[in-house]
Design a protein around this ligand. Sequence first.
Ligand code: FRU
Length: 481
Amino acid sequence: MNRDEELRYKAYQEIEQHKDLVESDPYRQHFHVMPPVGLLNDPNGFIQWQCTYHLFFQWLPFDTTHGAKFWGHYSSTDLVNWSLEPIALAPSSWYDKNGCYSGSAINHDGQLKLFYTGNVKDEHNNRETYQCLATSEDGIEFSKQGVVIELPEGYTAHFRDPKVWEHESCWYMVIGAQTTEEKGCVVLFQSHDLENWECKGQIAGPTYGENLGYMWECPDMFVLGDKDVFLFSPQGLEADGILYNNTHQSGYMVGEMDYHHARFNGSSFVEIDRGFDFYAPQTTLDDHGRRIMFGWMSVPGEQEAYHPTINYNWIHCMTVPRELQLYNDKVYQTPVEELKQLREEPTTIANIQLSDQQYVWPSQVDWSSEVEINLNHSEEMTSFELELFDCIILSYNQNSREFSLYRNSLITEEKEFRSCHLPSGLQNMRMFIDASSIEVFVNNGEEVFSARMFPSQTNQDMVIKSEGTVNVDITTWTLKK
Ligand code: FRU
Protein backbone atom coordinates (compact mmCIF):
# COMPACT_ATOMS: atom_id res chain seq x y z
CA MET A 1 0.00 0.00 0.00
CA ASN A 2 1.25 3.49 -0.73
CA ARG A 3 0.85 6.29 1.83
CA ASP A 4 -2.44 7.48 0.36
CA GLU A 5 -3.99 4.01 0.38
CA GLU A 6 -2.70 3.38 3.88
CA LEU A 7 -4.25 6.58 5.27
CA ARG A 8 -7.58 5.90 3.58
CA TYR A 9 -7.60 2.32 4.79
CA LYS A 10 -6.97 3.44 8.37
CA ALA A 11 -9.68 6.10 8.16
CA TYR A 12 -12.28 3.60 6.89
CA GLN A 13 -11.25 1.17 9.62
CA GLU A 14 -11.80 3.93 12.16
CA ILE A 15 -15.35 4.47 10.88
CA GLU A 16 -16.11 0.73 11.04
CA GLN A 17 -14.61 0.27 14.45
CA HIS A 18 -16.50 3.10 16.16
CA LYS A 19 -19.74 3.06 14.21
CA ASP A 20 -21.90 1.59 16.96
CA LEU A 21 -20.47 3.79 19.66
CA VAL A 22 -20.87 6.94 17.55
CA GLU A 23 -24.46 6.07 16.64
CA SER A 24 -25.36 5.33 20.26
CA ASP A 25 -24.69 8.90 21.40
CA PRO A 26 -27.94 10.57 22.56
CA TYR A 27 -26.39 13.87 21.44
CA ARG A 28 -25.91 12.58 17.88
CA GLN A 29 -27.73 15.06 15.64
CA HIS A 30 -30.74 14.16 13.50
CA PHE A 31 -30.61 16.59 10.59
CA HIS A 32 -27.20 18.21 10.73
CA VAL A 33 -24.11 17.09 8.81
CA MET A 34 -21.66 15.39 11.20
CA PRO A 35 -18.44 13.42 10.84
CA PRO A 36 -18.89 9.63 10.65
CA VAL A 37 -16.22 9.46 13.37
CA GLY A 38 -13.60 11.87 14.73
CA LEU A 39 -13.51 15.64 14.30
CA LEU A 40 -15.20 17.77 11.66
CA ASN A 41 -14.45 21.44 11.18
CA ASP A 42 -14.75 23.79 8.21
CA PRO A 43 -17.12 23.26 5.29
CA ASN A 44 -14.95 22.99 2.15
CA GLY A 45 -15.51 22.87 -1.58
CA PHE A 46 -19.25 23.48 -1.29
CA ILE A 47 -20.71 23.34 -4.80
CA GLN A 48 -23.66 22.12 -6.82
CA TRP A 49 -22.03 20.12 -9.60
CA GLN A 50 -23.97 18.27 -12.27
CA CYS A 51 -27.21 18.62 -10.27
CA THR A 52 -25.70 17.25 -7.06
CA TYR A 53 -24.63 19.27 -4.03
CA HIS A 54 -21.16 18.36 -2.79
CA LEU A 55 -20.12 19.35 0.68
CA PHE A 56 -16.57 18.50 1.72
CA PHE A 57 -15.35 18.98 5.24
CA GLN A 58 -12.18 19.25 7.27
CA TRP A 59 -11.91 15.88 8.94
CA LEU A 60 -9.64 14.13 11.38
CA PRO A 61 -10.86 10.52 11.51
CA PHE A 62 -8.44 9.32 14.19
CA ASP A 63 -9.17 11.65 17.07
CA THR A 64 -11.55 14.32 18.37
CA THR A 65 -8.77 16.93 18.36
CA HIS A 66 -7.20 18.85 15.46
CA GLY A 67 -4.43 17.31 13.35
CA ALA A 68 -3.51 16.33 9.81
CA LYS A 69 -6.88 16.90 8.13
CA PHE A 70 -8.50 14.90 5.37
CA TRP A 71 -11.25 16.19 3.12
CA GLY A 72 -14.33 14.13 3.95
CA HIS A 73 -17.15 14.28 1.44
CA TYR A 74 -20.97 14.25 1.54
CA SER A 75 -23.28 14.59 -1.44
CA SER A 76 -26.98 15.39 -1.69
CA THR A 77 -29.57 16.20 -4.32
CA ASP A 78 -31.85 18.09 -1.91
CA LEU A 79 -29.64 19.66 0.80
CA VAL A 80 -31.51 17.52 3.34
CA ASN A 81 -30.45 13.90 2.82
CA TRP A 82 -26.67 13.51 2.65
CA SER A 83 -24.63 10.44 1.62
CA LEU A 84 -21.12 9.88 2.78
CA GLU A 85 -18.82 9.54 -0.24
CA PRO A 86 -15.31 8.11 -0.42
CA ILE A 87 -12.58 10.30 1.07
CA ALA A 88 -11.76 13.13 -1.35
CA LEU A 89 -8.28 14.03 -0.11
CA ALA A 90 -5.89 12.37 2.33
CA PRO A 91 -2.78 14.15 3.69
CA SER A 92 -0.40 11.79 1.92
CA SER A 93 1.82 14.05 -0.23
CA TRP A 94 4.97 15.96 0.70
CA TYR A 95 3.09 19.27 0.21
CA ASP A 96 0.06 18.40 2.39
CA LYS A 97 1.47 15.84 4.81
CA ASN A 98 0.28 17.76 7.90
CA GLY A 99 -3.17 18.48 6.56
CA CYS A 100 -5.21 19.01 3.42
CA TYR A 101 -6.50 22.28 4.80
CA SER A 102 -9.55 24.27 3.75
CA GLY A 103 -10.39 25.36 0.25
CA SER A 104 -13.06 25.55 -2.42
CA ALA A 105 -14.41 23.87 -5.54
CA ILE A 106 -15.21 25.02 -9.06
CA ASN A 107 -16.68 23.49 -12.17
CA HIS A 108 -14.43 23.78 -15.21
CA ASP A 109 -14.51 21.96 -18.55
CA GLY A 110 -16.76 19.29 -17.08
CA GLN A 111 -14.32 18.64 -14.25
CA LEU A 112 -14.77 19.28 -10.55
CA LYS A 113 -11.64 21.05 -9.33
CA LEU A 114 -10.63 21.51 -5.72
CA PHE A 115 -8.24 24.19 -4.51
CA TYR A 116 -6.93 23.62 -1.00
CA THR A 117 -4.04 24.44 1.27
CA GLY A 118 -1.28 21.92 1.79
CA ASN A 119 -0.10 22.30 5.36
CA VAL A 120 3.43 21.13 6.14
CA LYS A 121 5.31 21.23 9.42
CA ASP A 122 8.91 20.20 10.08
CA GLU A 123 10.28 18.54 13.22
CA HIS A 124 10.64 21.97 14.90
CA ASN A 125 7.02 22.81 14.13
CA ASN A 126 7.98 25.32 11.42
CA ARG A 127 5.12 25.72 9.03
CA GLU A 128 5.07 25.74 5.25
CA THR A 129 2.01 26.40 3.13
CA TYR A 130 1.16 25.46 -0.44
CA GLN A 131 -1.97 26.15 -2.45
CA CYS A 132 -2.79 22.94 -4.29
CA LEU A 133 -5.14 21.63 -6.96
CA ALA A 134 -6.97 18.31 -7.28
CA THR A 135 -9.30 17.35 -10.13
CA SER A 136 -12.09 14.88 -10.68
CA GLU A 137 -13.99 13.63 -13.70
CA ASP A 138 -16.85 12.05 -11.73
CA GLY A 139 -17.02 14.18 -8.57
CA ILE A 140 -16.01 11.19 -6.44
CA GLU A 141 -12.39 10.33 -7.13
CA PHE A 142 -9.89 13.15 -7.06
CA SER A 143 -6.39 13.15 -8.41
CA LYS A 144 -3.91 15.57 -6.92
CA GLN A 145 -2.23 17.92 -9.40
CA GLY A 146 0.19 19.34 -6.83
CA VAL A 147 1.19 22.86 -5.88
CA VAL A 148 -0.08 25.83 -7.88
CA ILE A 149 0.92 28.71 -5.59
CA GLU A 150 3.84 29.11 -3.20
CA LEU A 151 4.04 31.65 -0.40
CA PRO A 152 4.65 35.17 -1.76
CA GLU A 153 6.87 37.71 0.05
CA GLY A 154 5.41 39.80 2.82
CA TYR A 155 3.34 37.07 4.51
CA THR A 156 3.94 34.45 7.18
CA ALA A 157 3.10 30.78 6.54
CA HIS A 158 -0.38 31.49 7.93
CA PHE A 159 -1.54 31.80 4.35
CA ARG A 160 -4.42 29.48 3.49
CA ASP A 161 -7.99 28.60 2.53
CA PRO A 162 -8.19 29.51 -1.20
CA LYS A 163 -11.64 30.43 -2.47
CA VAL A 164 -11.87 30.56 -6.28
CA TRP A 165 -14.52 32.14 -8.51
CA GLU A 166 -14.96 33.34 -12.05
CA HIS A 167 -15.55 36.94 -13.02
CA GLU A 168 -15.69 38.23 -16.60
CA SER A 169 -13.92 35.18 -18.07
CA CYS A 170 -11.09 35.33 -15.58
CA TRP A 171 -10.42 33.29 -12.45
CA TYR A 172 -9.86 34.90 -9.07
CA MET A 173 -8.77 33.47 -5.77
CA VAL A 174 -8.76 34.99 -2.29
CA ILE A 175 -6.45 33.62 0.39
CA GLY A 176 -6.63 34.32 4.11
CA ALA A 177 -3.30 35.65 5.30
CA GLN A 178 -1.10 37.17 7.95
CA THR A 179 1.42 39.87 7.03
CA THR A 180 5.00 39.57 8.29
CA GLU A 181 3.96 42.27 10.81
CA GLU A 182 1.40 39.71 12.04
CA LYS A 183 -1.72 41.49 10.90
CA GLY A 184 -4.68 39.71 9.30
CA CYS A 185 -5.47 40.41 5.66
CA VAL A 186 -6.74 38.87 2.43
CA VAL A 187 -4.71 38.44 -0.73
CA LEU A 188 -6.07 38.25 -4.29
CA PHE A 189 -4.70 36.12 -7.15
CA GLN A 190 -5.75 36.11 -10.78
CA SER A 191 -5.45 33.42 -13.44
CA HIS A 192 -6.50 32.73 -17.02
CA ASP A 193 -5.90 28.98 -16.95
CA LEU A 194 -6.27 27.97 -13.26
CA GLU A 195 -2.63 26.89 -13.19
CA ASN A 196 -0.63 30.11 -13.46
CA TRP A 197 -1.67 32.57 -10.81
CA GLU A 198 -0.60 36.18 -10.48
CA CYS A 199 -0.54 37.74 -7.02
CA LYS A 200 -2.42 41.05 -7.00
CA GLY A 201 -1.67 41.79 -3.33
CA GLN A 202 -3.94 42.70 -0.42
CA ILE A 203 -7.49 43.67 -1.28
CA ALA A 204 -8.44 44.36 2.33
CA GLY A 205 -6.44 44.58 5.52
CA PRO A 206 -3.85 46.81 7.21
CA THR A 207 -2.71 48.41 3.93
CA TYR A 208 -6.10 50.11 3.89
CA GLY A 209 -6.20 50.86 7.59
CA GLU A 210 -8.35 47.84 8.41
CA ASN A 211 -6.88 46.45 11.58
CA LEU A 212 -8.85 43.37 12.44
CA GLY A 213 -6.76 40.89 14.37
CA TYR A 214 -3.67 38.89 13.55
CA MET A 215 -4.97 36.41 10.96
CA TRP A 216 -7.95 36.13 8.60
CA GLU A 217 -9.13 32.62 7.81
CA CYS A 218 -11.52 31.21 5.24
CA PRO A 219 -12.23 34.19 2.98
CA ASP A 220 -15.16 34.11 0.56
CA MET A 221 -16.23 36.71 -1.99
CA PHE A 222 -19.55 36.78 -3.80
CA VAL A 223 -22.22 38.92 -5.37
CA LEU A 224 -25.40 39.36 -3.34
CA GLY A 225 -28.16 41.61 -4.60
CA ASP A 226 -26.43 44.58 -6.19
CA LYS A 227 -23.32 44.42 -3.99
CA ASP A 228 -20.23 42.31 -3.36
CA VAL A 229 -19.92 40.60 -0.02
CA PHE A 230 -16.59 39.67 1.51
CA LEU A 231 -17.03 37.01 4.19
CA PHE A 232 -14.13 35.92 6.41
CA SER A 233 -13.09 34.74 9.84
CA PRO A 234 -10.68 37.10 11.59
CA GLN A 235 -8.70 35.90 14.59
CA GLY A 236 -7.62 38.12 17.46
CA LEU A 237 -10.42 40.70 17.76
CA GLU A 238 -10.84 42.11 21.26
CA ALA A 239 -14.28 41.69 22.79
CA ASP A 240 -16.15 45.00 22.65
CA GLY A 241 -19.34 45.02 24.74
CA ILE A 242 -21.78 42.59 23.09
CA LEU A 243 -19.50 42.21 20.05
CA TYR A 244 -16.72 39.68 19.37
CA ASN A 245 -17.18 37.55 22.46
CA ASN A 246 -16.21 34.22 20.92
CA THR A 247 -12.58 33.14 20.69
CA HIS A 248 -12.68 33.96 16.97
CA GLN A 249 -15.28 35.67 14.79
CA SER A 250 -16.89 35.25 11.39
CA GLY A 251 -18.43 38.14 9.56
CA TYR A 252 -18.62 40.23 6.47
CA MET A 253 -18.17 43.57 4.78
CA VAL A 254 -20.58 44.76 2.07
CA GLY A 255 -19.28 46.86 -0.78
CA GLU A 256 -17.72 46.63 -4.16
CA MET A 257 -14.90 44.46 -5.44
CA ASP A 258 -12.82 46.73 -7.63
CA TYR A 259 -11.12 44.19 -9.90
CA HIS A 260 -9.29 46.92 -11.75
CA HIS A 261 -7.41 48.17 -8.73
CA ALA A 262 -7.50 44.86 -6.84
CA ARG A 263 -9.25 46.45 -3.89
CA PHE A 264 -12.38 45.61 -1.96
CA ASN A 265 -14.15 48.81 -0.92
CA GLY A 266 -16.43 47.78 1.87
CA SER A 267 -18.39 48.69 4.96
CA SER A 268 -17.11 47.95 8.43
CA PHE A 269 -17.06 44.36 9.72
CA VAL A 270 -20.35 42.79 10.88
CA GLU A 271 -20.59 39.44 12.68
CA ILE A 272 -22.73 37.10 10.62
CA ASP A 273 -23.90 34.90 13.49
CA ARG A 274 -24.47 36.10 17.06
CA GLY A 275 -24.32 32.76 18.86
CA PHE A 276 -21.56 30.75 20.51
CA ASP A 277 -20.80 28.29 17.77
CA PHE A 278 -20.23 29.52 14.28
CA TYR A 279 -17.01 29.73 12.28
CA ALA A 280 -15.36 29.40 8.88
CA PRO A 281 -18.53 29.63 6.74
CA GLN A 282 -18.45 28.99 3.02
CA THR A 283 -21.01 29.77 0.32
CA THR A 284 -21.88 28.61 -3.16
CA LEU A 285 -24.28 29.73 -5.87
CA ASP A 286 -26.67 26.95 -6.88
CA ASP A 287 -28.63 26.31 -10.08
CA HIS A 288 -31.64 28.17 -8.68
CA GLY A 289 -29.49 31.27 -8.28
CA ARG A 290 -29.46 30.96 -4.50
CA ARG A 291 -26.40 31.91 -2.48
CA ILE A 292 -26.25 29.15 0.14
CA MET A 293 -23.99 29.07 3.17
CA PHE A 294 -22.84 26.36 5.55
CA GLY A 295 -20.92 27.21 8.70
CA TRP A 296 -18.97 25.03 11.08
CA MET A 297 -21.12 24.96 14.26
CA SER A 298 -18.20 25.52 16.61
CA VAL A 299 -15.27 27.83 17.14
CA PRO A 300 -11.68 26.67 17.66
CA GLY A 301 -10.71 26.88 21.31
CA GLU A 302 -10.75 25.57 24.81
CA GLN A 303 -14.44 24.61 24.95
CA GLU A 304 -13.98 21.98 22.23
CA ALA A 305 -12.41 19.64 24.80
CA TYR A 306 -15.62 19.79 26.90
CA HIS A 307 -18.07 18.44 24.35
CA PRO A 308 -19.59 15.28 25.84
CA THR A 309 -19.71 13.70 22.37
CA ILE A 310 -15.96 13.06 22.52
CA ASN A 311 -16.80 10.10 24.76
CA TYR A 312 -18.53 8.67 21.70
CA ASN A 313 -15.56 9.37 19.41
CA TRP A 314 -16.99 12.21 17.39
CA ILE A 315 -17.21 15.98 17.66
CA HIS A 316 -18.84 18.93 15.86
CA CYS A 317 -21.28 19.44 13.03
CA MET A 318 -22.29 21.93 10.36
CA THR A 319 -25.10 24.45 10.67
CA VAL A 320 -28.20 23.92 8.56
CA PRO A 321 -27.73 25.29 5.02
CA ARG A 322 -28.91 28.89 4.85
CA GLU A 323 -29.88 31.03 1.93
CA LEU A 324 -28.38 34.51 2.00
CA GLN A 325 -30.09 37.68 0.86
CA LEU A 326 -29.15 41.33 1.09
CA TYR A 327 -31.59 43.93 2.43
CA ASN A 328 -30.37 47.45 3.12
CA ASP A 329 -26.77 46.27 2.93
CA LYS A 330 -27.36 43.66 5.61
CA VAL A 331 -27.04 39.92 5.03
CA TYR A 332 -30.21 38.05 6.00
CA GLN A 333 -30.17 34.27 6.44
CA THR A 334 -33.05 31.85 5.87
CA PRO A 335 -32.88 28.09 6.33
CA VAL A 336 -33.14 26.65 2.81
CA GLU A 337 -36.70 25.92 1.71
CA GLU A 338 -35.93 22.19 1.34
CA LEU A 339 -35.72 21.83 5.13
CA LYS A 340 -39.54 22.05 5.17
CA GLN A 341 -39.47 18.47 3.82
CA LEU A 342 -38.50 17.42 7.33
CA ARG A 343 -41.67 18.76 8.90
CA GLU A 344 -44.27 16.40 10.29
CA GLU A 345 -47.77 17.53 11.33
CA PRO A 346 -47.76 21.02 12.83
CA THR A 347 -49.19 22.00 16.19
CA THR A 348 -50.37 25.60 16.22
CA ILE A 349 -51.73 27.70 19.02
CA ALA A 350 -52.63 31.21 18.00
CA ASN A 351 -53.42 34.28 20.05
CA ILE A 352 -51.75 33.31 23.28
CA GLN A 353 -52.29 36.34 25.52
CA LEU A 354 -49.31 36.88 27.78
CA SER A 355 -49.52 39.47 30.43
CA ASP A 356 -46.91 39.28 33.19
CA GLN A 357 -47.39 35.56 33.58
CA GLN A 358 -45.83 32.47 32.10
CA TYR A 359 -47.27 30.07 29.58
CA VAL A 360 -46.17 26.46 29.41
CA TRP A 361 -46.34 24.91 25.94
CA PRO A 362 -48.80 22.01 26.39
CA SER A 363 -46.72 19.31 24.72
CA GLN A 364 -43.13 18.15 24.86
CA VAL A 365 -40.74 19.68 22.36
CA ASP A 366 -39.04 16.90 20.44
CA TRP A 367 -35.25 16.68 20.19
CA SER A 368 -35.66 17.26 16.50
CA SER A 369 -38.00 20.23 16.05
CA GLU A 370 -38.76 23.46 14.36
CA VAL A 371 -40.55 26.16 16.30
CA GLU A 372 -41.97 29.37 14.87
CA ILE A 373 -43.10 32.22 17.08
CA ASN A 374 -44.76 35.45 16.02
CA LEU A 375 -45.17 38.30 18.43
CA ASN A 376 -47.88 40.87 18.01
CA HIS A 377 -46.95 43.17 20.78
CA SER A 378 -48.56 46.22 22.06
CA GLU A 379 -46.54 49.14 23.30
CA GLU A 380 -46.88 47.68 26.77
CA MET A 381 -44.53 44.72 26.42
CA THR A 382 -41.20 45.49 28.06
CA SER A 383 -39.61 42.06 27.90
CA PHE A 384 -40.13 38.60 26.49
CA GLU A 385 -38.47 35.36 27.48
CA LEU A 386 -38.48 31.79 26.24
CA GLU A 387 -37.01 28.94 28.20
CA LEU A 388 -36.24 25.70 26.39
CA PHE A 389 -35.35 22.44 28.12
CA ASP A 390 -33.04 23.07 31.05
CA CYS A 391 -30.30 24.80 29.13
CA ILE A 392 -31.46 27.61 26.83
CA ILE A 393 -33.07 30.98 27.52
CA LEU A 394 -33.89 33.48 24.81
CA SER A 395 -34.58 36.90 26.17
CA TYR A 396 -35.54 40.21 24.67
CA ASN A 397 -35.59 43.60 26.34
CA GLN A 398 -37.76 46.15 24.62
CA ASN A 399 -36.07 49.19 26.21
CA SER A 400 -32.56 48.33 25.14
CA ARG A 401 -33.77 46.36 22.08
CA GLU A 402 -31.28 43.72 23.05
CA PHE A 403 -31.90 40.07 22.25
CA SER A 404 -29.84 37.42 24.05
CA LEU A 405 -29.31 33.70 24.02
CA TYR A 406 -28.23 32.14 27.30
CA ARG A 407 -26.97 28.60 27.59
CA ASN A 408 -25.29 26.48 30.22
CA SER A 409 -21.57 26.90 29.67
CA LEU A 410 -19.89 23.75 28.40
CA ILE A 411 -17.01 24.35 30.78
CA THR A 412 -18.47 25.62 34.07
CA GLU A 413 -22.20 24.82 33.70
CA GLU A 414 -22.94 28.41 34.65
CA LYS A 415 -25.10 30.42 32.32
CA GLU A 416 -23.31 32.39 29.61
CA PHE A 417 -24.85 34.61 26.97
CA ARG A 418 -24.44 36.27 23.61
CA SER A 419 -26.47 39.30 22.55
CA CYS A 420 -27.25 41.54 19.66
CA HIS A 421 -29.21 44.67 19.02
CA LEU A 422 -32.50 44.59 17.12
CA PRO A 423 -33.05 48.18 15.94
CA SER A 424 -36.67 47.57 14.98
CA GLY A 425 -37.59 45.32 17.89
CA LEU A 426 -38.49 41.64 18.04
CA GLN A 427 -41.14 40.40 15.60
CA ASN A 428 -40.53 36.70 15.19
CA MET A 429 -38.22 33.77 15.82
CA ARG A 430 -37.73 30.52 14.00
CA MET A 431 -35.78 27.88 15.86
CA PHE A 432 -34.18 24.69 14.60
CA ILE A 433 -33.65 22.34 17.50
CA ASP A 434 -31.59 19.20 17.13
CA ALA A 435 -30.33 16.74 19.75
CA SER A 436 -27.43 18.98 20.72
CA SER A 437 -27.86 22.30 18.95
CA ILE A 438 -30.15 25.24 18.45
CA GLU A 439 -30.21 27.81 15.65
CA VAL A 440 -32.46 30.79 16.19
CA PHE A 441 -33.40 32.92 13.16
CA VAL A 442 -34.65 36.24 14.49
CA ASN A 443 -36.90 38.59 12.49
CA ASN A 444 -36.88 36.55 9.28
CA GLY A 445 -33.13 36.08 9.41
CA GLU A 446 -32.05 39.59 10.31
CA GLU A 447 -29.93 37.96 13.03
CA VAL A 448 -29.05 34.34 13.74
CA PHE A 449 -27.78 32.67 16.91
CA SER A 450 -26.16 29.24 16.58
CA ALA A 451 -25.21 27.25 19.63
CA ARG A 452 -24.45 23.71 20.65
CA MET A 453 -26.31 22.67 23.79
CA PHE A 454 -26.26 19.53 25.85
CA PRO A 455 -29.57 19.38 27.70
CA SER A 456 -30.39 16.77 30.29
CA GLN A 457 -32.36 13.96 28.71
CA THR A 458 -35.43 14.51 30.88
CA ASN A 459 -36.63 18.04 30.32
CA GLN A 460 -38.49 18.74 27.06
CA ASP A 461 -40.36 21.82 28.18
CA MET A 462 -40.83 25.16 26.51
CA VAL A 463 -42.04 28.06 28.63
CA ILE A 464 -42.65 31.65 27.56
CA LYS A 465 -43.27 34.75 29.62
CA SER A 466 -43.44 38.49 29.26
CA GLU A 467 -43.47 41.69 31.21
CA GLY A 468 -46.31 43.78 29.90
CA THR A 469 -48.80 42.50 27.36
CA VAL A 470 -48.06 40.54 24.23
CA ASN A 471 -50.04 38.31 21.91
CA VAL A 472 -48.17 35.31 20.55
CA ASP A 473 -48.73 32.67 17.84
CA ILE A 474 -46.68 29.50 18.09
CA THR A 475 -46.29 26.58 15.68
CA THR A 476 -44.09 23.58 16.31
CA TRP A 477 -43.16 20.72 14.01
CA THR A 478 -41.35 17.55 14.91
CA LEU A 479 -38.71 17.10 12.22
CA LYS A 480 -38.16 13.71 10.60
CA LYS A 481 -35.18 11.83 11.95
C1 FRU B 1 -10.34 27.32 10.18
C2 FRU B 1 -9.03 26.60 9.86
C3 FRU B 1 -8.52 26.98 8.49
C4 FRU B 1 -7.67 25.80 8.15
C5 FRU B 1 -8.44 24.65 8.74
C6 FRU B 1 -7.62 23.54 9.29
O1 FRU B 1 -11.08 26.64 11.15
O2 FRU B 1 -8.06 26.90 10.85
O3 FRU B 1 -7.83 28.20 8.42
O4 FRU B 1 -7.49 25.65 6.77
O5 FRU B 1 -9.21 25.21 9.80
O6 FRU B 1 -8.43 22.48 9.70
